[in-house]
Ligand binder design. Structure first.
Ligand code: AMP
Ligand code: MN
Ligand code: MN
Length: 356
């Protein structure tokens, strides 16, 4: 405990839950990486169904480690080894291997953007088989499942934490590293629109842009390009959206859904549905928005968003998932109506009161 050398009788207070890594945490992470033997195998893992922050922070960090001379390194994520089309232009994709080929017992495992072990899917055993486990994340709900945990709930993205660690290690940002971290930062800040967009976020963005990366090209590729079939599929899904103005204590709830047969009819892959929530959450009459996406005949992945009146991470956690206060998710079985009923049952309790 860092305060153990203090004056006799001094009360050592636990750090508040939302404070970031302590100096000891940073030092421990640095020494893990600086102390790596030259031939050490390093395994990078990000969360299942990776988004721009998961892949971007992992690959950007991996490229940074490579620039320091780490040679035996793999990056991976659980489930099918399919990178969503919008992220297929990311630098560093050559680091990726399917989960089935990931080192079974690496000297070091580093986890990115995963709030809990469950987000590592079948790769969770590496936490036990690896020589050491380092966690980089920004979810307030993070369970600190690594031996060393760099978790900063105030950080807008995991890439913010990743960049800080790279800087401490002396990595010089080049354009490929910067592009990965920029994709991560823009993904989790909604292109600098969300509340987490602090002056420090813009200062980081400025450092990344100074490497010469092209924000217009990157944004068009990552956020503003989708197949025509997906445009039509969005039209159908938005056409059946329901608005429930009285839900969530009168703050309003809007939701829609998309099934596997919708994807098949339009010839689309599941990842195209990730952007659907951004069209639904525009609804002026609702604080809470939701998209229910079928992932298997018996399972649905649910995205929840709030404009600030409801803590949707409480809803998600109560239903077996997690996330941030205003952007959260969970997976569940049953019919769409049953899934939505379960959400309705949690909304009132998650309304943020003046006392919160
Ligand atoms: P999404 O709606 O998939 O963009 O996810 C929004 C937020 O909720 C992200 O921070 C995710 O990490 C988190 N999240 C989504 N699904 C789950 C889940 N099944 N379990 C835990 N956290 C989740
Ligand atoms: Mn993520
Ligand atoms: Mn994130």
């Amino acid at each position: 405990m860092s305060g153990s050398g203090g004056p006799a009788g001094a009360v050592v207070e636990a750090a508040p839950a939302d404070s970031g890594p302590t100096p000891d945490d940073w030092a421990a992470a640095e020494s893990l990486l600086r102390g790596l033997p030259a031939d050490a195998r390093v395994l990078l893992i990000c969360h299942v169904n990776p988004d721009g922050d998961a892949l971007g922070s992992m690959l950007g960090f991996g490229l940074g480690l490579r620039s320091l001379g780490v040679r035996r390194m793999q990056a991976t994520f659980p489930g099918p080894p399919e990178v969503p089309e919008p992220l297929r232009g990311l630098p560093g994709l050559d680091l990726l291997v399917p989960a089935t080929e990931a080192y079974p017992d690496p000297e070091l495992v580093i986890c990115f953007d995963a709030a809990s072990e469950s987000r590592l899917g079948e790769l969770v055993d590496r936490l036990d088989t690896a020589g050491a486990a380092l966690v980089l994340d920004h979810h307030a709900s993070n369970t600190r499942f690594g031996g060393v945990n760099l978790v900063d709930p105030r950080a807008a993205a995991t890439s913010v934490v990743a960049e800080q660690l790279l800087a401490r290690l002396g990595v010089v940002l080049d354009a490929p590293i910067a592009e990965c971290l920029y994709v991560a930062l823009t993904t989790d800040t909604g292109s600098f629109r969300f509340e987490a967009t602090t002056p420090a976020v813009h200062q980081l963005a400025a450092r990344l842009l100074a490497t010469g990366i092209r924000p217009g090209d990157i944004s068009r590729r990552v956020f503003d390009t989708r197949p025509f079939g997906a445009v039509r599929l969005f039209g159908e899904a938005l056409g059946r959206a329901r608005l429930e103005p009285a839900a969530a204590g009168g703050r309003g709830f809007v939701w829609t859904w998309a099934g596997l047969d919708d994807l098949a009819r339009h010839g689309q892959r599941p990842y195209v549905l990730e952007a659907l929530i951004d069209s639904v959450r525009c609804t002026a009459e609702a604080d809470v928005s939701c998209v229910v996406k079928q992932t298997t005949p018996a399972e649905w992945a649910v995205s929840l968003r709030s404009k600030g009146g409801v803590d949707v991470s409480r809803v998600a956690v109560a239903l077996g998932g997690g996330g941030h206060r205003f952007a959260a998710g969970f997976t569940g079985g049953g019919t769409v109506e049953e899934v939505v009923d379960r959400i309705r049952g949690q909304l009132d309790a998650a309304v943020i009161s003046a006392a919160d």
